[in-house]
Write a protein that binds this ligand. Structure first.
Ligand SMILES: [Cu+2]
Length: 150
């Protein structure tokens, strides 16, 4: 009887200790998993960023136009194409620099978007209806030289 009780107590103590050990192991495992998850997330983010960099393309091509208002219209049209991150039209050189994600946008789509806004590019003729709606100062000469090199 006495021994049995003592043994039971020992067993109970051992069981409590085991519970504690299991609990702390679980906590350690949980913490470990959380930090692993964070690391995995960071790695994924870095990979995505480098892929985005690799997919970034730049292009320069001629676009006819006259003034600052033309610049706004041309750049807005170029940027309306999904994947285009930057567009800068040069009023003197009559050309545009575009940066775009070539997995989302292609160069032809950018030419077409600018042409749809009424402006001639090297590859596409400006839409007539859009051209007629341009302010008087923007009605550029269709024979104007573009992509002027200095
Ligand atoms: Cu203009």
């Amino acid at each position: 009887m006495w021994r049995g009780k003592a043994n039971n107590r020992v067993v109970t103590i051992k069981f409590k200790t085991m519970k504690k050990v299991i609990l702390s192991m679980a906590i350690i495992a949980a913490v470990g998993m959380t930090s692993c998850k964070n690391e995995a997330k960071k790695e994924t983010k870095a990979t995505t960023e480098s892929l985005e960099e690799m997919a970034m393309s730049k292009a320069t091509f001629g676009v006819r136009g006259n003034c600052g208002m033309c610049k706004k219209t041309i750049e807005k049209a170029a940027k309306s194409v999904e994947g285009v991150s930057n567009a800068n039209w040069d009023v003197d050189k009559k050309k545009i620099d575009v940066s775009f994600d070539d997995t989302k946008a292609d160069i032809t789509a950018i030419h077409n978007a600018i042409a749809a806004s009424g402006y001639d590019t090297e590859k596409s003729t400006g839409n007539d209806v859009a051209y007629k709606e341009l302010p008087a100062c923007c009605k550029y000469d269709h024979t104007m030289e573009m992509s002027i090199e200095e």
